[in-house]
Design a protein around this ligand. Structure first.
Ligand code: DX5
Ligand code: ZN
Length: 221
């Protein structure tokens, strides 16, 4: 499968976001990963739908909106209307509300014509989201605990990537996107791809590098 790189704008200078978006596209990014944090599901607050709306006209790349928020169902319409191409929601945030909430939220995302995905934290077994694999365009396996960029990759996630890829293939969705988020570097990208992930989020690795184009190309190689 072709590897896609999704730079996370969490690591951008928010005062010049538009320039960062254009530079990411020119540097060969495949998606723009947008980390939405609410100060409750995770400690920090980042941005909401207004950011998505403002960057939407600046790029043709898909906007990959990662919602790290409580009650995600209440916010889907805002991010869909703002121009998200894919919205992912956390298993943990949904499970707190009810057993059916994750599935309902994924269906709601789809009803807006937007791709959807479920996310698990490093301490949640990937098997917990197997029941919603048939509904998902993508699954996102966190390789750090969400909230901050620049953390270290948790190696135990490698095994979950393999399990996710095997299960996706077993249900006839061998080409499903499996995204890894957190601590992706030039050093570990090859192993992450070999384990079966095809979408790599990279925040600090891209933004802290001098040559974004070379870094994005390197993460794919
Ligand atoms: C963490 C975010 C990540 C983060 C990744 O909560 O979901 O997308 O920005 O940053 P790096 O690549 O620096 O670990
Ligand atoms: Zn993210």
């Amino acid at each position: 499968m072709q590897t896609k790189i999704a730079p996370s704008i969490l690591s951008a200078d928010f005062s010049v976001m538009g320039e960062a978006i254009k530079k990411l596209e020119a540097s060969g990014a495949d998606l723009i990963h947008c980390d939405v944090m609410d100060g409750s599901f995770v400690e920090p607050i980042t941005f909401g739908g207004q950011m998505i709306k403002n960057i939407r006209p600046l790029t043709k790349l898909p906007l990959d909106v990662h919602l790290m928020i409580e009650h995600p169902k209440t916010q889907i319409k805002f991010f869909a209307d703002a121009g998200a191409d894919i919205i992912t929601v956390h298993y943990k945030a949904c499970k707190k509300i009810s057993d059916g909430y994750l599935e309902e939220t994924l269906k709601l995302i789809r009803s807006h014509g937007v791709k959807c995905g479920a996310v698990v934290n490093p301490d949640v077994p990937v098997e917990n989201i197997f029941p919603v694999f048939p509904l998902c365009d993508m699954v996102l396996l966190m390789s750090v605990f969400p909230g901050y960029g620049g953390q270290k990759f948790i190696p135990e996630v490698m095994d979950k990537i393999k399990k996710a890829r095997e299960y996706a293939a077993a249900i006839g969705k061998g080409d499903m996107d499996i995204e890894i988020d957190g601590g992706v570097t030039m050093e570990n990208a090859g192993a992450i791809r070999a384990a079966g992930a095809n979408v790599l989020v990279a925040g600090s690795t891209v933004f802290n590098s001098k040559d974004w184009k070379a870094t994005i190309a390197g993460l794919k190689k």
